[in-house]
Design a protein around this ligand. Structure first.
Ligand SMILES: [Zn+2]
Length: 425
C-alpha cells in the first residue's frame, strides 16, 4: 500500500480512539456471563445494530437444536459483512461471552470503568476489546476513503469459554465460515499486541471409574477397594507418565515455556463414602477421577490415548478384583497455521510498521475457536491476534490498555488491506 493509504488508515484509528474506548466499555456493561449465557441476545443485537449503522449487511445465526440453546438462555450469533471488490474475504471473529466475575474485584466488573489509560471489567481483555478492534479496523479503512478491494466480515459469537459449539462451531457447521467462502480468519483474542498466535496443543479429557467390592471396614481384606485401584493409577500417572511427558517438547512455539511439553492434570477424584458425612466402616466399592491430558502436535491423539489405556490397564491389574472403565469426555486435536501463511506475513508486516518491533509467533497453552475454523470450516489460514495481555484473562480487575487497543486496531486494519492486495510500501 502506498505510504499515504497506510498513514490515512492509522490516522483514522487515532482520531477514533475515544469512540473505540466507549464502544469497548459499552460492551463490558452487557454482562454476557457464561455459564449460563446471560444477555447473549442483547449483546448480539448491540453489535448487529452498530454494524448495520456502519452499512454492514447483518445476519443472525441462532443455534436452534443445540441443547445449550434454551428460551431463557438463547444462543445468538451475529455476522456482519461489508463487500468491496472481488479480493480476499477476511473474517474477524470475536467471542462475546465472558467467564463469571469471581471474587477479588476492586472495581465493578460490569461498570466499564476507564481510568489511567485502561478499560476495566470482566471481558475488557478477553475479548471485548478485541471485538472493538475488529469493528474499528473496518471503520478506519472506510473513513480513510480506501476502496475496499475485498470483503470484511465481522462475527460476534457465543460460548467460546465453554467450547464454542453453539458459536464458531455452529457458524462453521452452517457453512457461514467455510473453505471456498472464507479466505482468512483473525480471532482478536488477547495474546499481547506484538504476538501472533498460530495454534494450540491438543486436549484429551477422560474419566476413569474403578469398581471394587464392599465389605466391613474392620476386615478390609474381605473386600476389594476401588480407591486402592485408583491409587495405583495415580501412582503410575505421577511416577511413570509425568516424567516422560516432561521430556517431550513440541516445535510449535507454545507459551509459556512450561507448556512446550506434554502435560497431565488430575481435575478431581471422588471415591468411597462422602468424607463430610457420617462415617460407617465400609471398603470403597467405587472411585472416579477426571484427567486433563494436553498433547502435542507431534504426539497425535491416537498415540496419546493408547499410552493412557496401557497405563491404566497395567496399574489396575496390581489390585486383583478391581474393574474399571475409561470414558472419553472431550477430544480437541491440535491445530497449527500453515508455515508461510500470508495471514502471518501480513500481520507480521503490520506489527513491524505500527509497533516498530518484530512480531513474535506463539501458540496457546489452552485452546480457542481456531479449532472449529480449522477442523469444521476447513479454513487453514487462521490465527489469533488482538489487544490485551494473556495473563489478565479471567483474573479479577481484568483490564486492557487503551494504547494496545489502538495499536491492535491499526495492525488489524493494515493486515486486512494487505491480505486484499493493498501492500505496504
Ligand atoms: Zn477469549
Amino acid at each position: 500500500m502506498t505510504s499515504s493509504v497506510a498513514d490515512r488508515v492509522v490516522a483514522e484509528v487515532d482520531r477514533a480512539v475515544d469512540e473505540i474506548v466507549q464502544f469497548t466499555a459499552d460492551l463490558v456493561r452487557i454482562p454476557t456471563v457464561n455459564p449460563p449465557g446471560e444477555a447473549y441476545e442483547e449483546c448480539a443485537r448491540f453489535l448487529g445494530n452498530h454494524l448495520a449503522r456502519a452499512k454492514f449487511d447483518v445476519e443472525y445465526f441462532v443455534a436452534e437444536g443445540r441443547p445449550e440453546h434454551t428460551p431463557r438462555y438463547p444462543r445468538v450469533n451475529i455476522v456482519g459483512s461489508r463487500r468491496g471488490g472481488p479480493g480476499a474475504v477476511v473474517h474477524l471473529n470475536g467471542h462475546f461471552d465472558v467467564v463469571p466475575a469471581g471474587d477479588g474485584w476492586t472495581v465493578d466488573p460490569f461498570g466499564g470503568l476507564v481510568r489511567d489509560g485502561k478499560i476495566y471489567g470482566r471481558g475488557a481483555c478477553d475479548m471485548k476489546a478485541g471485538i472493538a478492534a475488529a469493528i474499528f479496523a473496518a471503520e478506519a479503512i472506510e473513513r480513510a476513503g480506501v476502496a475496499l478491494p475485498g470483503t470484511i466480515e465481522i462475527s460476534g459469537t457465543v460460548d467460546e469459554e465453554s467450547g464454542g459449539f453453539a458459536g464458531v462451531a455452529w457458524l462453521a457447521e452452517q457453512g457461514r465460515i467455510a473453505k471456498g467462502r472464507t479466505d482468512y480468519v483473525i480471532i482478536p483474542e488477547p495474546l499481547n499486541v506484538d504476538r501472533i498466535c498460530v495454534g494450540h496443543r491438543g486436549v484429551y479429557w477422560f474419566e476413569v471409574t474403578t469398581r471394587g467390592r464392599i465389605a466391613h471396614g474392620s476386615m478390609p481384606f474381605l473386600g476389594v477397594s476401588a480407591i486402592d485401584g485408583m491409587a495405583r493409577i495415580l501412582d503410575a500417572v505421577y511416577a511413570e507418565l509425568q516424567p516422560v511427558l516432561a521430556t517431550r517438547t513440541t516445535a510449535v512455539p507454545v507459551v509459556p515455556p512450561g507448556a512446550r511439553h506434554a502435560t497431565i492434570n488430575v481435575n478431581g477424584v471422588a471415591g468411597g463414602q462422602p468424607v463430610d458425612g457420617i462415617q460407617t466402616p465400609c471398603v470403597a466399592d467405587r472411585c472416579q477421577a477426571v484427567f486433563d491430558r494436553r498433547f502435542l502436535l507431534e504426539e497425535g491423539f491416537d498415540a496419546c490415548r493408547q499410552e493412557i489405556v496401557g497405563l491404566v490397564e497395567r496399574a489396575v491389574r496390581q489390585i486383583p478384583g478391581v474393574e474399571y472403565d475409561l470414558r472419553d469426555l472431550m477430544i480437541v486435536h491440535p491445530v497449527a497455521t500453515p508455515e508461510g501463511s500470508p495471514l502471518v506475513t501480513a500481520l507480521d508486516h503490520a506489527i513491524l510498521r505500527v509497533l516498530d518491533r518484530p512480531a513474535r509467533l506463539v501458540a496457546s497453552p489452552g485452546t480457542y475457536d481456531h479449532k472449529h475454523v480449522a477442523r469444521i470450516a476447513g479454513v487453514p489460514h487462521c490465527v489469533a491476534y488482538g489487544p490485551g495481555e494473556l495473563e489478565l484473562a479471567h483474573q479479577p480487575d481484568e483490564w486492557c490498555r487503551i494504547d494496545d487497543l489502538a495499536n491492535a486496531t491499526k495492525v488489524i486494519a493494515l493486515a486486512t488491506l494487505d491480505l486484499m492486495g493493498v501492500h505496504a510500501a
